[in-house]
Design a protein around this ligand. Structure first.
Ligand code: GLA
Length: 689
């Protein structure tokens, strides 16, 4: 059989074809030297793609057909520009000249430059043999001599624009949210308009997550064409979708930064955007999500194959009241339950007895830990657990020694108030003196206590995002994020055993940029099982279960006041990387005994939940490996139809020994008898015979 190469090129029509296991993507450099989109969907050969009709250009004196690989400003273009620049003489826009391309294995680079101005641009495409995800990004280059002084102002530089064939309808799936209520899935018909999804907060945000799914309104969990795009970026961002009445392709352009931010590309300098990846699937939303989960495991996460440990975190139990005796007592109980890693949350350092003081002073609080954290760490390790610690490196309280010494290190503008949120200000991680300081104390802290795990938090949005002494202040919007990435990357390189949980007031920075350098995400401060079902559903659209930290906590829930059986709280948290966050000092012996059994059950199903394929069912979620199936169900008792099983095999219920035909599990469902209580739920384990 002939091997299909991942990237191929037909010189006569200047057509490129990207081939993934189940899809094709094609573009063509037209006679106008502009890269036009041709195809994204079912597999085509290079012959098919080369024979596709060409783009027609201008259709009237008021409209053009769109569908470019990267919309720019200039000529008869009226859509959303992915690239907006202004040259030193005041001219704007781009007139492309195609310079050439390189194909290196599974990567394609299309090189363009402006016909007159010293602007170079490379469109990057990369595919993988085990995924239908196509990674796209862009490099901008100032082609002037490095000693020149004519800069190019960059007003917008998206990573890529995706074109989706506009079929009978266009429906968008995305998430909305808020603090304590992140990743709420919404599906809505796209208006004939430009629809902007964005964060202007300096983090990817609680309010929208940087991804979009597009379908014709006919896809569901199990079938239908879905085009999806995910931006790998953790700072402010913008994704703009444009639906045109003229039948032009539906376009989605996205990248780092929000509207109104500008910066200058200096002579000799180049700028690489983050990746804006896309995936086409014919298997509906379920297969789309599984495609992203597999891609993230294979190509994004640093340690995909490591089982995520059962964490105990003391935040909900003690708040800022962190003491040696209190943490030790919790650690003893956590270890008895089977926790594998004990995380001391906020309140262990400086003058941090509430949210008003101490951020920036990263040494153990002297009156609470007179001998440092050593004695506590020894207890935790003695109990057989690993040790983790909460940090918030990008922040400082005005009431801290750090701020008193370096008031200029925070984001600020002359003649503007320094808006405090949660009594804190944002340290400017675009400054190398600040990132150097952060790396040094983190490196020392991790080394001193051989810390296994950091919860890296970020608890407020940017305001007055200025840098008066900075060379090009607005770059800090993206350079801050790059600074965070650089510190984490360096820390991981210096401490290969270190694992990191990303957090920003819950799920305020849950994205592929963070997942490329962290192991899991704290997806919400809301630990109420009923609310979590919706939050976890939204998170699962793109992100895999192994990255989803979820704790079983107290009842009534400290945030919502809602009560739920212990079993239910555990079952819902078992849908990801289970942790425990309750105040164990108040749990009865019976509760502790039940919790111990539930943790043991989780460890038993962990390989299936964390490494299996996930299927979202009606009021249930199913995970499947080759021969094992785990179902976590909530809601009403009835036959629950399973998915992805072999109809001809027999599946044995590991708890009861009952046998089920795959065919009937798929059609009539799993006979479920949920307990009659508020918050009924069950975990069912099946093994293929
Ligand atoms: C944020 C986090 C919480 C907790 C607190 C500590 O809100 O999301 O989990 O760590 O900070 O201040």
């Amino acid at each position: 059989m002939q091997q299909v190469s991942p990237v191929s090129f037909d010189a006569s029509s200047r057509t490129f074809l990207l081939t993934t296991p189940a899809t094709s993507y094609a573009l063509r450099v037209g006679a106008d030297d502009v890269p036009h989109h041709l195809h994204w969907g079912a597999p085509l050969t290079l012959d098919h793609a080369s024979a596709l009709p060409s783009y027609d250009g201008v259709v009237s004196s008021f409209a053009s057909t769109g569908g470019e690989e990267l919309g720019v400003e200039g000529g008869a273009r009226f859509g959303v520009p992915s690239l907006l620049v202004r040259y030193a003489d005041g001219a704007r826009g781009v007139e492309w000249h195609y310079e050439g391309h390189e194909i290196e294995g599974s990567e394609l680079r299309v090189r363009l430059r402006d016909r007159h101005y010293p602007l170079g641009c490379t469109l990057h495409y990369a595919v993988h043999e085990d995924s239908d995800v196509i990674e796209r990004s862009l490099t901008l280059r100032h082609l002037g001599a490095a000693d020149g002084d004519d800069t190019i102002e960059v007003l917008r530089c998206d990573a890529a624009a995706w074109s989706v064939p506009a079929a009978s309808g266009v429906r968008l799936s995305h998430t909305v949210g808020q603090w304590s209520g992140e990743t709420q899935l919404r599906r809505t018909e796209a208006p004939y308009a430009e629809t902007v999804f964005t964060s202007r907060r300096g983090v990817s945000g609680h309010f929208a997550n940087p991804w979009l799914m597009v379908d014709a309104g006919d896809a569901d969990e199990t079938g239908g064409e879905v085009w999806s795009m995910v931006l790998a970026w953790s700072g402010s961002w913008r994704i703009t979708a444009q639906r045109d009445f003229t039948g032009a392709p539906f376009t989605v352009t996205g990248g780092a930064g929000h509207d109104g931010i500008g910066w200058r590309l200096r002579p000799g300098e180049s700028h690489r955007t983050p990746v804006f990846a896309g995936q086409y699937s014919r298997g509906g939303f379920g297969a789309t999500s599984r495609g992203w989960h597999a891609y993230i495991a294979a190509h994004v996460l640093p340690r995909p194959d490591e089982p995520r440990p059962v964490v105990y975190n003391s935040w909900e139990a003690t708040g800022w009241n962190v003491t040696l005796a209190g943490q030790r007592a919790l650690a003893e109980r956590a270890a008895e339950l089977g926790a594998e890693l004990f995380v001391v949350d906020d309140g262990w350092f400086g003058a941090r007895t509430d949210e008003r003081a101490g951020l920036g002073d990263w040494h153990p609080a002297p009156e609470r830990f007179p001998d440092g954290l050593g004695p506590l760490v020894d207890t935790i390790r003695g109990l057989g657990m690993r040790f983790g610690l909460w940090v918030e490196p990008e922040m400082t309280n005005p009431d801290s020694d750090l701020y008193r010494e370096h008031p200029d290190w925070v984001l600020h503008m002359p003649h503007r108030r320094r808006t405090e949120l949660r009594h804190q200000l944002v340290l400017n991680f675009a400054r190398t003196d600040v990132t150097e300081w952060a790396f040094k104390w983190l490196d020392r802290l991790v080394a001193t206590y051989a810390i296994d795990f950091l919860k890296w938090d970020m608890n407020r949005a940017f305001t007055e995002a200025g840098w008066p002494a900075g060379p090009d202040a607005e770059r800090l919007w993206s350079d801050h994020t790059r600074g965070v990435y650089a510190v984490i990357d360096r820390l991981r390189a210096a401490h290969p055993h270190l694992r990191i949980e990303g957090c920003a007031g819950g799920g305020g920075r849950a994205d592929l940029g963070m997942l490329a350098r962290t192991d899991q995400t704290w997806i919400s401060d809301n630990t109420d099982a009923a609310d979590r079902i919706g939050i976890q559903h939204g998170y699962s659209q793109i992100y895999p279960a192994r990255t989803m930290s979820a704790w079983a906590t107290d009842s009534p829930n400290p945030y919502t006041g809602r009560t739920a059986p212990l079993r239910h709280r555990f079952h819902i948290a078992m849908a990801g990387a289970l942790g425990i966050g309750g105040d164990l000092s108040r749990w009865s012996d019976a509760e502790l005994a039940e919790a111990r059994e539930l943790v043991a059950l989780y460890k038993e199903i962990r390989p299936v939940v964390q490494f299996g394929e996930q299927y979202r069912l009606d009021d249930a979620v199913q995970y499947r490996t080759d021969d094992r199936v785990v179902v976590i169900a909530w809601g009403r008792s009835r036959g629950l139809r399973l998915a992805g099983l072999s109809p001809t095999d027999i599946y044995t219920d590991e708890a009861t020994g009952a046998e089920h035909h795959g065919a009937t599990l798929l059609t009539h469902g799993l006979p479920l008898r949920l307990p009659k209580e508020d918050g009924p739920s069950a975990v069912v384990r099946l093994r293929r015979r």
